[in-house]
Write a protein that binds this ligand. Sequence first.
Ligand SMILES: [Zn+2]
Length: 250
Amino acid sequence: MSLTKTKGVIIRATNLREADRILEIYSDDLGKIRAVARGVRKIQSKLAGHLEPFTYVDLMLAKGRGDLPTITGAKALLHFSGIRKDVERMASASYLAELVSRLNPDEQASKRFPIILRDSFEALDTGHEPAQVVAYYEWNAVTAAGWQPELQHCVNCYQKLYPQGLSFSLAAGGVLCKNCIELDTEAITVSPEAIKLLRCYSTLSFEEVEGVMVGKDVRKETNQLVDHIVKYTLDRAPRSKAFLTHLEAM
Ligand SMILES: [Zn+2]
C-alpha cells in the first residue's frame, strides 16, 4: 500500500455500490486520475462535504496493487459553491469538466488544464455570464490540447488577411482568404470581428475579454464557431453540451 498526496479539481462523480463514489479528478501534478471515495453517500461521512463535484481539494490517496486508489483524506481548498446553486452555472461547469476530461488522456500531467478548470469555475462561481465563460475557456482548452488554428494569415496562401470574404476551415485549421475560399467547400463564413475576438481569446485574460467592446451578434457568431471547432476536435460534441445549449435557449 502506497500513499500519495495531491491537489486537484473534482471533475466527475459516479455512484458505486450503495455508499461509495468513483471520482474523476484533474490533479495538479498527476493529470487526470480516478479514485474511490468510500462511504461518501452516507449522511455521517466526514469526507462528503469536501468531495463535491467542481471542488478544488487537497487529497490523500492510498493505492494497493491493481485497484483504483482510495481517498483516505480530503480537505476542500476552494468550494465554488455558487456553481451548485444555479442550473446554468452547474451545466456550464459540467460541460467544461467533460471537455477537459475528453481532451486529456489519463495520468498525463499538464500545467494549463488545472488553471483552466480553477479559473473557469471561479468565474462561474462569482457571477460572470456563463456563455462567455464557456466560450473563452473551451477555446483555451482546445488550444491547450494542441489545436492552434491560424488566425493571422490565410492558412493556405499565407497572405495577410484583409477584412472581407473570409471563411474558417476546420479541415485546414484556420482562416482562408477570399482567393482560397474554394479550397474547402465546408468552410464557415466568418466576420473579421469574430476572428479578432478569437485572437483576444488566445492572448487576453478572461476579464480583459469581457471588457472588449463588441456587439452581441459577434459574440454569438464567435461562440458558435468555437462550438464547431470543439465538435471537430473531439469528433462529436460532449454530451453535456446539448443540455447547456437547451438551457441557454430557454
Ligand atoms: Zn489565401
